[in-house]
Structures are given as C-alpha cells and as structure tokens.
Design a protein. Structure first.
Length: 65
C-alpha cells in the first residue's frame, strides 16, 4: 500500500470511529467534462454533517510525520 493510501486509511478510520459513513476516492465529473476525485467523503447521518477530505503526502518514501 502506498504512503498516500495509508494516510487516507488512517483519516478514514478516525471518521469511522466517530460514527461517520465514509467513501474513499469518490469520483465526480467537473463542469468542464473532466473527471476528478475526493480522497475521502465522510457523512454523519444523525447530525447531517458532511466532510470532504483531501490528504497530501510529501517527502521521501517511507517517512510519515
């Protein structure tokens, strides 16, 4: 698993522990007809709270701070 996917999985786990429904790598079509994605969508059904999460991994492979 890449460092980017590892960090996304950690963030997703945090939202799951807080009672959110999650979807990783949610794809959508842009207004100009291209495609993009959101790293993690998290939704809390009781509070109707939606979180859009993007994560960036920087630095050499194997180093996560």
């Amino acid at each position: 698993m890449s460092e980017a996917m590892t960090s996304e999985s950690i963030v997703e786990a945090e939202w799951l522990l807080k009672g959110y429904w999650t979807k990783m790598r949610f794809a959508f079509q842009t207004d100009k007809g291209g495609w993009s994605d959101v790293d993690i969508l998290a939704y809390h059904p009781e509070s109707k709270h939606l979180v859009i999460s993007e994560s960036k991994v920087r630095g050499p492979k194997g180093v996560i701070e």
